[in-house]
Design a protein around this ligand. Structure first.
Ligand code: CP
Ligand code: NVA
Length: 312
């Protein structure tokens, strides 16, 4: 295990900003080595509990397969079949589960609930998506950029769409990695002001953090163009209002033409073809979307190996 990652054993990952720049980079390097087959960390006999209050395909399956490949296993603590769904306090649940499993990956709505679990638990707690952040996604996303461009520092990633959880983690990890991050979004859908301020502080003048209302200006000259759904889980009732607000923000071929000619296209998935991204761009030659989905598995193996203190 690289020295930057040894210190992470036992830590939580609640936000992308919980990692330092050196730790983020070291995790990406370890993920790339695991993907190449050059590193095979072991977590034999260790167990990761999954508490998922929202639907998931990629995160749930990639955590399950990551643990299996590391020699451990997962236990599905679906709130509908545990006392979690009947309102047992987080405080008690976290303390009990800490006696059974070695770490918890939690997907829920409020970041405060995730923080509550982490405070009460004596084991690492990982953010598997909240309304505020999606740090595991950002690790896979920057791994995808790294394998396409080599050096990350100095690249520009343009995220076009809602200033949501995915955008927040891209901002924070991007700032740590020296990637310029531009958010192109309609007024009223900007990223959280506190997250923007945090990203600017982390960037420390090494890279730029910008918010633009014009999608064309946002993607201009960028090496990676990213989008996500306009209505996230929990915002389904806002779908039709959001479709109107985001008119002109679809990542289609015309918008992609304003980017760097070698630009790649990313989307965390699931995607709504014809809304935030055209089918042509999603399936087109610039798309790295399915490599990106695969990279969830490699990035999370690296993350689990570090947080659970794997043997090399
Ligand atoms: N990108 C992502 O987190 O997908 P899932 O919701 O399927 O886990
Ligand atoms: N922003 C989306 C991401 C899904 C992976 C959501 O929260 O629903």
């Amino acid at each position: 295990m690289p020295p930057e990652l040894l210190a992470l054993a036992g830590a939580d990952l609640l936000s992308s900003a919980d990692l330092s720049a050196a730790e983020t980079l070291a995790l990406l390097q370890l993920a790339a080595a695991i993907k190449r087959g050059d590193s095979r960390p072991r977590l034999d006999g260790r167990v990761l509990g999954l508490i998922f209050t929202k639907a998931s395909t990629r995160t749930r399956v990639s955590f399950t397969v990551a643990m299996a490949r590391l020699g451990g296993q997962t236990v599905d603590l679906n709130p509908a079949v545990t006392q979690v769904g009947r309102g047992e306090p987080i405080e008690d649940t976290a303390r009990v589960l800490s006696r059974y499993v070695d770490a918890l990956a939690i997907r829920t709505f409020a970041q405060a609930d995730l923080e509550h679990y982490a405070k009460a638990a004596s084991i690492p707690v990982l953010n598997a998506l909240t309304d505020l952040e999606h740090p595991c996604q950002a690790l896979a996303d920057y791994l995808t950029l790294q394998e396409n461009f080599g050096q990350l520092e100095g690249l520009t990633l343009a995220y076009v769409g809602d200033g949501n959880n995915v955008a927040h983690s891209l901002l924070l990890s991007g700032a740590l990695l020296g990637v310029n991050v531009r958010i192109g979004c309609p007024g009223g859908f900007e990223p959280d002001a506190a997250v923007l301020a945090q990203a600017r502080a982390l960037a420390g003048g090494r890279c730029r953090v910008e918010v633009l209302a014009d999608p064309r200006a946002a993607v201009s000259g960028a090496q990676a163009i990213y989008t996500d759904v306009w209505a996230s889980m929990g915002q389904e009732q806002e779908q039709s209002d959001r479709e109107k607000a985001f008119e002109g923000f679809c990542l289609n071929q015309e918008l992609l033409n304003a980017a760097d000619p070698a630009a790649i296209v990313l989307h965390c998935l699931p995607a709504h073809r014809g809304e935030e991204i055209s089918a042509e761009v999603l399936e087109g030659p610039a798309s790295r979307i399915f490599d990106q989905a695969e990279n969830r598995l490699h990035a999370q193996q690296a993350l689990l190996a570090a947080l659970l203190g794997a043997t090399p």
